[in-house]
Design a binder for this molecule. Sequence first.
Ligand SMILES: N[C@@H](CCC(=O)N[C@@H](CS)C(=O)NCC(=O)O)C(=O)O
Length: 236
Amino acid sequence: MQNILYVGSAWSSSWSVVGWMACRLGGLPVEMRRIFLSRPDSPPKLRAVSPSGRVPVLHLAGRPDEAEAGMVLWDSLAIAEWLWERDPGCGIWPQDPARRAYARCVAAEVHSHFDEVRNGLPMNLIKRWPLRDGLPSNVKLMNRPGVRAGTERLEAIWRDARARWGGPYIAGAEFCFADAVLAPMCSRYVTYGVELATDSMDFIATQMESPLMQAWLARAEAEADEVGRDIVLMYP
Ligand SMILES: N[C@@H](CCC(=O)N[C@@H](CS)C(=O)NCC(=O)O)C(=O)O
């Protein structure tokens, strides 16, 4: 029996990135199964595997005598915390308690909030927003309610984290689960060509260049070839 991680499309399902990165940071081998979202048959397919009707959702294998065998974990943060409990030395959180507490705050805040940024700048890892008169035509998107305020809060988090822990990642030298939650957020500013402060652009570049993000981007590129780039570019 294999652990199975159900995910959405690699190019557009931001929480799927988070769930997959959690499994990698936690050292859990998984078989990935994709369910396309936003299709007429998506809701029944999602409900068949996920109590919330959302992905990522992790179906655990394991021996019948293990407490969690056969369990279904249906939220990225819950998956990450289960992985940490299973192996507290794994890469989900920093080993240092202060860094770990900080990383947990960041992950929890970003997991709980920022819907305006998510909806205003939908994730699309393949698309690049067009230029008009040499400038990205993203002004309207950034002016959607809450997008600027959310962006300013994200920039404040990145700035504080680097000042406190020295970077390049949120709690120092090691990429942890808080970075996994932030990586898809960062990708939105690349997709829409949004110019932020120099230190924010540097944080975003670090996230986009991390080995885990690079591996996920390769998956998104392969999927775009498989599905057809014209279709992928139509989203959102
Ligand atoms: N809080 C959840 C959020 C999961 C979520 O909203 N996933 C989206 C995809 S990115 C989803 O499954 N949406 C259902 C749909 O589009 O039908 C988590 O952290 O796992």
